[in-house]
Ligand binder design. Structure first.
Ligand code: CEZ
Length: 792
């Protein structure tokens, strides 16, 4: 049987052990819940910084979301123990902590829910979790059915981790008015000035139930006893001991006893989350269990929220993996990024801008507001900040305290994409202030200032200073003395100038100056950074070119090659050399590595990235954000088939999902690289679903592969179908206008387009109106690849 199956709306995994880290996630604007298939959970909510209500057993350091984190026995989880009172058989669903091999197991992610279905010892158990649409709350529904032909006596014990809440004050007990366990705590602090900020925190964690339990316990040690989590002492007694937690690790466990007749089903519902006080818990009880429909009304609200994030293109190419991935999962992950900003209050500027580039295809209003917000934090020098503050009290943290030099590049690039998709040129006239000045200037000026800043921040060779990093966060020691330069940033600046020149051209504004500067930068990069067959990654403070053939490690980096193709810094011979070098040195079955060979020791003139484990993250993984830049660059030079193959390699397939350890419901920020150095681990997913890859993936498909692209609000048809797709059917939403488009590869000399049966002259669809419906038929000449495919 296949390991997983994929339908239009859900992805199902049929084993709890084959891919132990396989997971899914749910979010709303207040929180994120990351559930792995075995029942471990990582949940965060905003107050206003990310906080937890279900903790591990030790004090946890607060940091940003990490790749490849591990799970352990007492990892926060949501478990349901089920005991057969007649036979004493015990199992837990989904799988942890009892780890009983069930008769059948499935873990299902759909857009607004995660479900499990487990059959064990003659019982069929199904669980579903959704979130509240707007509050930090998990909504759990549990159903058990007796599938035997005789009655059975069972006990059900929901076990929800609360964990180590605080070293100052923590406790928990059952509260009858709330009908659930309520744990209280005080967020630890020491500074008197912190008190006003903390006093209204949601320091309570509660698990409330629809039905009154037969017994409960709130004391973790008492529950577990000597048997451990796999066989807790408390479950070996008829009733839980009603033990409170008084400055002891709290937990929320309840017991329900049932006699189930054959085929009888029992359902229990729970709400789990943080609250400020008991009154709020009671309100939640009322809101979810106040009347028989309340719970499902809340579930529907959550579905509506998730469904509000639909993409602008639906593809039917017939590929059972690609279609649902592109139509459902990619826009879902893009929406998560664009709507909750990776659950941070100070998203990195480059991430914020690219995530909102993605939002241009889902909810352009949000994208517009976000671009305006980012520009209001620009300095009047033109410099963009290292992070965008989303609220008054937000502060720059972690990586945002380190100066990076690339943030200005993303403004023209991402705003161009927005303008092309929406045609909303009124944005350019909006007046916006600066971080250091209340004086307002137009958006157009803000973007020119950003470009001006980039042009200025170059050395006498014409190359861009890198300071403590560019796109690559941990490349912090190339230029920390103030002299080192980045070939990538230089090329990205040239590309940004060209993109903006294109917008200017379309608006009949001057573009020559921008283009001339781009050409000059390209020439400087060619003069100083071309090394035999590819571009170096930069030149250090001490004037050493790196990312060159002579380097034993890190001898080739992907990003400068991709962006040289994008900024047209290359001639035909260089292009051939670059494509060959990438193919030979960087390509793996999971996509191209970001650099190779991975560093095995610190290089003090490159920096922290060389200290990461070889093949992980920026040190030579298949870093999908970099891989998608390469795919995009291939599209721009007409190598669409190659680009498509890279895009497909980003998705776990039936063939290699076991190696990746992940389902195709999201693109992770990386797959392990170092393919030749660590082949055993190569391909393994980071499991981190925060990545800048998505918006670029979407652009590659919409604008380049199926080629239904916005050009300042005019729809341009220019498909480059891969050989795998002899024809596709599309539903494109373009500024509120729906078009049904069929594209077919045919034996024709040149492309022909019919709109509602009538042949049109060129490939620009002018004068579309929302009140009409459009049927578009496109014939494109068979690509060489497609002709060969037919012959094969
Ligand atoms: O962060 C990402 C950043 O969010 O790394 C990318 C960068 O372009 C994104 O903006 C490449 O460097 O060591 C570090 O600080 C890492 O660089 C991480 O912070 C990395 C995370 O793994 C999140 O993906």
């Amino acid at each position: 049987a296949p390991l997983f199956s994929m339908s239009q709306h859900s992805v199902q995994l049929n084993s709890a052990t084959a891919m132990p880290k396989a997971s899914g996630f749910l979010w709303n604007r207040q929180m994120m819940l990351h559930m792995n298939c075995r029942g471990y959970a990582t949940a965060q909510f905003m107050q206003p910084e990310p906080a937890k209500y279900s903790h591990g057993p030790m004090l946890e350091a607060k940091t940003f979301m990490q790749p490849e984190h591990s799970y352990f026995a007492h990892h926060p989880g949501r478990f349901f123990y089920i005991k057969n009172e007649d036979t004493n058989e015990l199992f837990s669903v989904p799988y942890e902590p009892v780890r009983c091999r069930s008769q059948s197991f499935s873990f299902v992610q759909s857009s607004a829910a995660i479900n499990w279905l487990v059959e064990c010892f003659g019982l069929s158990v199904s669980i579903e979790v959704n979130l509240s649409a707007s509050d930090p709350l998990e909504m759990w529904q549990f159903e058990v059915k007796n599938t035997r032909d005789s009655a059975v006596n069972i006990s059900i014990y929901p076990y929800f981790s609360i964990g180590y809440m605080s070293w100052m004050n923590q406790s928990a007990t059952f509260d009858s008015a709330c009908n659930g366990i309520v744990a209280t705590s005080v967020t630890p602090y020491q500074k008197v000035e912190d008190y006003p900020k903390l006093k209204d925190f949601k320091d309570l964690t509660f698990l409330i139930a629809e039905d009154k339990p037969d017994s409960w316990t709130a004391n973790q040690y008492g529950f577990e006893g000597e048997g451990g989590l796999a066989s807790p002492d408390a479950i070996n007694t008829p009733l839980l001991a009603s033990k409170v937690s008084a400055y002891e690790p709290p937990v929320a466990v309840m017991q329900y006893r049932h006699r189930l007749l054959p085929d009888e089903i029992r359902r229990h519902r729970f709400v789990f989350g943080p609250a400020t006080n008991k009154a709020e818990v009671k309100q939640n009880r009322q809101r979810h269990f106040g009347d028989p429909k309340a719970f499902s009304t809340q579930q529907q609200r959550y579905i509506d929220y998730i469904e509000s994030g639909k993409g602008c293109l639906n593809i039917n190419c017939g590929d059972p993996l690609f279609d649902p991935f592109f139509n459902q999962w990619l826009p879902r992950q893009m929406f998560y990024h664009g709507d909750v900003n990776r659950l941070s209050t100070d998203p990195q500027t480059r991430n914020f801008l690219q995530d909102n580039m993605g939002m241009s295809y889902i909810n352009p209003t949000t994208a517009r507001q976000s671009f305006l917000l980012a520009m209001s934090q620009q300095l009047s020098s033109g410099a963009m900040p290292d992070g965008v503050l989303l609220s008054e009290i937000a502060e720059l943290k972690y990586i945002n305290q380190i100066p990076h030099t690339d943030h200005c590049v993303w403004l023209p690039i991402c705003v161009s994409a927005y303008l092309n998709e929406t045609g909303d040129i009124s944005l350019l006239g909006e007046q916006v202030k600066f971080a250091d000045s209340e004086q307002t200037l137009s958006v157009h000026r803000h973007i020119e200032l950003a470009l001006g800043w980039l042009i200025q921040r170059r050395d006498s060779r014409g190359l861009s200073y890198i300071e403590q990093g560019d796109w690559c966060d941990p490349m912090n020691m190339v230029g920390h003395k103030g002299r080192g330069v980045s070939s990538w940033l230089s090329l990205a600046t040239a590309f940004a100038l060209q993109q903006w020149a294109e917008i200017n051209q379309r608006l009949n504004k001057d573009s020559q100056r921008l283009l001339a500067t781009a050409t000059e930068i390209n020439a400087a990069v060619n003069q100083h950074c071309w090394d035999q067959d590819w571009f170096a990654r930069g030149i250090t403070d001490d004037n050493v070119a790196f990312g060159v053939k002579a380097d034993a490690e890190g001898s080739i980096y992907l990003n400068p090659q991709s962006w040289a193709l994008m900024s047209k810094a290359v001639d035909a011979e260089q292009t051939t050399k670059i494509l060959a070098a990438v193919e030979k040195q960087l390509m793996t079955p999971y996509g191209p590595m970001m650099l190779a060979p991975a560093y095995t020791a610190m290089r003090e003139d490159v920096g922290r990235l060389t200290q990461k484990y070889p093949g992980s993250a920026e040190n030579g993984s298949v870093y999908n954000h970099a891989a998608v830049f390469y795919a995009y660059s291939l599209c721009l030079i007409g190598e669409h088939q190659r680009a498509f193959e890279i895009l497909i390699k980003m998705l776990p397939s039936q063939r290699d999902a076991l190696i990746r350890g992940q389902l195709p419901t999201f693109i992770p920020n990386y797959y392990r690289g170092a393919y030749f150095q660590h082949p055993q681990q190569a391909g393994r997913s980071s499991q981190l679903f925060n990545t800048g890859t998505l918006a670029w993936y979407y652009r590659c498909i919409v604008e380049e592969i199926v080629g239904v692209k916005g050009e300042l609000g005019c729809l341009v048809i220019e498909p480059h179908l891969p050989k795998e797709w002899p024809k596709v059917e599309l539903r494109r939403m373009f500024n509120g206008i729906e078009l049904n488009i069929k594209i077919e590869q045919a034996v024709v000399e040149q492309m022909s387009i019919k709109v509602n049966g009538e042949q049109i002259e060129d490939n620009h669809l002018q004068g579309l109106v929302a009140s009409k419906s459009y049927q578009v038929e496109v014939l494109v000449p068979k690509t060489a690849a497609q002709q060969n495919a037919v012959m094969e």
